[in-house]
Design a protein around this ligand. Sequence first.
Ligand code: COA
Length: 148
Amino acid sequence: MHKGIYAEYSSSVVRRMMKNSYPQGWFLACLNKMIVGGIAFSSYDSYYNASIFEVSFLAVNRQERSRGIGKALFNSALKSIREKLKEKGIKLVMLFVQTDGENKEAIGFYRSVFKRVGKVTETRIKDAWPKTWSGDKDVVFMFVRLKS
Ligand SMILES: CC(C)(COP(=O)(O)OP(=O)(O)OC[C@H]1O[C@@H](n2cnc3c(N)ncnc32)[C@H](O)[C@@H]1OP(=O)(O)O)[C@@H](O)C(=O)NCCC(=O)NCCS
């Protein structure tokens, strides 16, 4: 993975994250043989025949943003994971994501893509979130109850 997909992480850090995390599916966007974006979904919880997934990683190279790459990654990942679960008789019922409360790009992005696939709920939980991760920043949790 080339540098720049996530400005603050080097490619070796991203590689380690991919190796150590628990995602069910990684999807990468390539342009001219370069990786320009990635998304990962992880299983968060599952019941007898229903599952909840988290969007655990999403980034698009800064130079390629606002060109629909993030949306294409999200839609492909959602479609593929839904199909894989369906083969096992499991329905994907909800997605959630947590992001920095000041990350306007991500919040705008999730508002846009989530509302197209279901009913969205958004909540800010600064006081409940461990300070180690959030510092003094707020944290936003966004949920989408998926339409079938
Ligand atoms: C969030 C991110 C992945 C979006 O990727 P992108 O390829 O630029 O997004 P797209 O071009 O596919 O945009 C899809 C939708 O999101 C909306 N959106 C994208 N950037 C936005 C912004 N800065 N403000 C408001 N809405 C935004 C677009 O308006 C579009 O909606 P529309 O289809 O209704 O017009 C990208 O900004 C990024 O990599 N950010 C840094 C990493 C990050 O914060 N990841 C999320 C961590 S949880």
